[in-house]
Design a protein around this ligand. Structure first.
Ligand code: BGC
Length: 755
């Protein structure tokens, strides 16, 4: 089945064009049967397909439709492995094909501004380079067959669930550019996603779906997005302004009101017919791309996808503590497995991303198959579980632990704590689970804690009891097997934290401004989220960004930086190379993390920022050379004053770290760049005139010619008056240049500099 987009567009009536820009049902685009344009289907989601058939109403999952539940985003991000994200993307697309689904609504790449955001389990990271690179991997995978597309969401600054439809995010352009838009920019430029989903919230006073600057100027104009903007489900509040701003497709459709309103607006001359044509064309182009899945009968290999989900979950595990090399556990010893989560696993979050899995690996079963001598005690109850006496459960758990070589205690957040639609209000683990942990540790100090959660929890009550600490996240349907793989050493953990684990909620930079109120949230912390803030404030954290242990050890040596090009025309490039050696006796994988510092800058910058990374797998004793490439943007900050990215000449430090707090190699570079100054004028300060070589020369000439007093170049005067604009300086006793003379200097400055 194919059709010619241009030919169809020409034949469409106004009503048909309007109808095309809203869907026809919860998941379907509008078919135009008389012209051979079918409907295509879009559906969630980011780590597995939602249980929806094309006829579905969309609100409730249709349980007969199963799909592989891969690790959720916060888990997968901890793999720091875009190639793995790509493999999962390929698998998601195959499952989509089998359902005749053309667009997968994911990945979600919003940044983790606060650990409380209810959807953090669905998002990758607090860092835009990491989130962006993982998105590139996943989108490339989803789109690799050419017949299934991705929808990267939620554009933009959708970082909380509280009041998500009406909240107005007040955020600086610099924070938007350097953080919240940066991941979208990366994936749009690298992977050309078929669609981007605009978010529910407003940004600086305008709903995202009506945001001309965000959609048309930045996304399309600057980032080069050539796909379709679909609204988040229900994020169009006014169809006509949304169309004008750049939202092509309203989902789900508000029928018949939206198409009628569009027709009326065109007829009344309020909406340019050319705008509607452009939007209708984009919808047709999407349908033409997504049509391929409709004709073919496809299946997918559920076993192979389950195996991939297991490998991915194992690679997502982050080993946080391993005192006295307690892990991996020997197969021969006795193990007490404690915690209802081992038997009733939690492996995904709630909301639109919920998957009806093809099967579920229970951690307890998987551990039993690895450890012959195993006892189990539930320890605590989960909501909706059978009734039991908590004290008795605790007693049984402690007794089981006392009789074993090691106790493996599963604790985590209950289902109801993490979901789309609301935010958490604290980071606490359930008190009854912590009580079990303490009781177990009293009887047997050899405790390994396995954490099951989609976002950070308060680890202070956990750390004193955990000799081994394994962050398993919400690892998808195969996470039970994956946890057993890591605990037994069948898999050597190689996950690294994609977000800081803070000690206290109050330490988080957004604490005073989350989730806002009065329909407004102020991103008062600006560019300081995650490690950018914790590192700047030298705040103690439970575990820093990028942290993760292995059962082997790695050396990082021989840092070399090869610079080419110039900052003057954005051709600046740096190839950063380092040798990685596995110095232990097990195969394993290291994540080389490249941070950049700009120690002196006219504007405030974070201590260091992640600019690139690479994951390498090495056999014991093996070495390899890794090269990470940086482009000009890596060196730049976004200047609101100049309305552009700016590279300031001077020193930069390239750092190679094991995490944001453990830098092992560093090299200082000197980067030349054109000076960053505005043209001198009446409102330029005395300092700015003196700092500018031509300005200083002109002032010296003016002093010699008697148009300016000599005092203005004296250090004491400069110290006191340097920040005064030249325009008003003459009015201050003893200093300055009269306005007429100043205008002459400005004219000469322009002549000499050509600016
Ligand atoms: C969510 C999206 C999702 C859509 C469709 C919305 O409520 O925010 O992430 O793709 O519903 O289920």
């Amino acid at each position: 089945m194919t059709f010619d987009v241009a030919a169809v567009l020409q034949q469409l009536t106004l009503a048909e064009k309007a109808a095309l820009t809203s869907g026809s049902s919860f998941w379907l685009t509008r078919p135009i049967e008389r012209l051979g344009v079918p409907a295509i289907m879009m559906c969630d989601g980011p780590h597995g397909l939602r249980s929806q058939s094309a006829s579905g109403r969309g609100l409730v999952n249709e349980d007969e439709l199963t799909a592989t539940c891969f690790p959720t985003a916060s888990a997968l991000a901890s793999s720091w492995n875009p190639a793995l994200a790509r493999q999962i993307g390929v698998a998601l697309a195959q499952e989509a094909r089998a359902r005749k689904l053309s667009v997968i609504l994911g990945p979600g790449i919003n940044l983790k501004r606060s650990p409380l955001c209810g959807r953090n389990f669905e998002y990758f990271s607090e860092d835009p380079v990491l989130a962006g690179e993982l998105a590139v991997g996943m989108v490339d995978g989803i789109q690799s067959g050419g017949d299934v597309g991705a929808s990267v969401k939620h554009y933009a600054a959708n970082n909380q669930e509280t009041d998500r439809q009406r909240i107005d995010v007040r955020v600086s352009e610099r924070a938007l550019r350097e953080l919240y838009l940066a991941g979208f920019e990366r994936v749009v430029r690298a992977s050309r996603p078929w669609t981007v989903m605009c978010s529910y919230n407003s940004v600086n006073g305008t709903p995202a779906s009506e945001h001309h600057w965000l959609l048309d100027e930045v996304l399309r104009g600057e980032f080069g997005f050539d796909g379709l903007v679909v609204s988040d489900w229900g994020a169009v509040y006014d169809r006509v302004p949304a169309l004008r701003a750049g939202t092509d497709l309203e989902m789900p459709p508000l029928l018949p009101h939206s198409p009628d309103a569009v027709v009326a607006a065109v007829e009344a001359g309020e909406l340019d017919a050319a705008v509607l044509d452009a939007r209708a064309r984009t919808v047709l182009e999407l349908v033409a791309k997504g049509i391929g899945v409709l004709d073919r009968e496809e299946t997918f290999d559920a076993d192979a996808h389950h195996a991939l989900a297991r490998a991915a979950a194992a690679e997502s595990v982050v080993l946080l503590a391993n005192d006295d090399a307690l892990l991996p556990l020997p197969a021969t010893g006795s193990v007490a497995v404690i915690g209802e989560f081992a038997r009733t696993p939690r492996f995904q979050g709630a909301g639109s991303s919920e998957v009806n899995p093809t099967r579920v690996d229970l951690p307890l079963d998987a551990l039993r198959s690895r450890f012959g001598n195993l006892t189990f005690a539930p320890g605590y109850l989960l909501p909706d579980g059978p009734d039991a006496d908590p004290a008795e459960l605790r007693r049984q758990a402690a007794a089981a632990a006392a009789g074993a070589d090691v106790a493996v205690v599963f604790i985590g957040l209950p289902d109801l704590d993490e979901s789309e639609g609301f935010d958490r209000v604290h980071l606490d683990l359930p008190a009854d689970q912590l009580a079990v942990l303490a009781a177990v540790a009293r009887r047997n100090p050899r405790v390994v804690v396995v954490l099951v959660n989609g976002a950070p929890v308060d680890l202070r009550p956990v750390l004193p009891h955990a000799r081994g600490l394994v962050e398993a996240w919400l690892g998808g349907q195969a996470s039970g097997g994956a946890i057993a793989d890591v605990l037994s050493g069948a898999v050597n953990p190689s996950g690294r934290l994609a977000e800081t684990l803070p000690l206290r909620l109050q330490d988080n930079p957004s604490y005073l401004n989350f989730p806002g109120g009065d329909h407004i949230v102020d991103y008062g912390e600006g560019i300081y989220i995650g490690y950018r803030a914790y590192d700047k404030a030298e705040q103690d954290v439970a575990f820093p960004f990028g942290f993760g242990l292995s059962y082997t050890t790695f050396d990082l040596t021989n840092l070399a930086v090869d610079i080419s090009g110039t900052a003057a025309d954005d051709s600046l490039r740096a190839a950063v190379s380092v040798t990685v050696t596995n110095t232990g006796d097990r195969a394993g994988a290291e994540v080389v993390q490249l941070y950049l510092r700009d120690p002196e800058c006219a504007v405030d910058r974070p201590i260091r920022e992640l600019k690139g990374f690479a994951k390498v797998a090495l056999e014991p004793g093996e070495s390899t050379r890794v090269t990470i490439d940086l482009d000009a943007r890596a060196f730049a900050y976004y200047s609101e004053r100049f309305g552009r990215w700016v590279i300031e000449a001077g020193e930069f430090v390239v750092e190679i770290g094991r995490n944001s707090r453990d830098i092992v190699l560093a090299e200082t570079l000197h980067i030349d760049a054109p000076p960053v100054t505005a043209p001198l004028g009446r409102l330029s300060t005395l300092f700015e005139w003196v700092a500018d070589p031509v300005g200083r020369e002109l002032l010296t000439e003016a002093i010699a010619g008697g148009q300016a007093p000599a005092v203005i170049l004296e250090p004491a005067f400069l110290r006191g008056m340097g920040t005064q604009p030249m325009r008003s300086l003459a009015a201050f006793a003893g200093g300055g240049v009269e306005l007429e003379a100043l205008d002459v200097l400005i004219a000469r400055w322009r002549e000499r500099t050509g600016r």
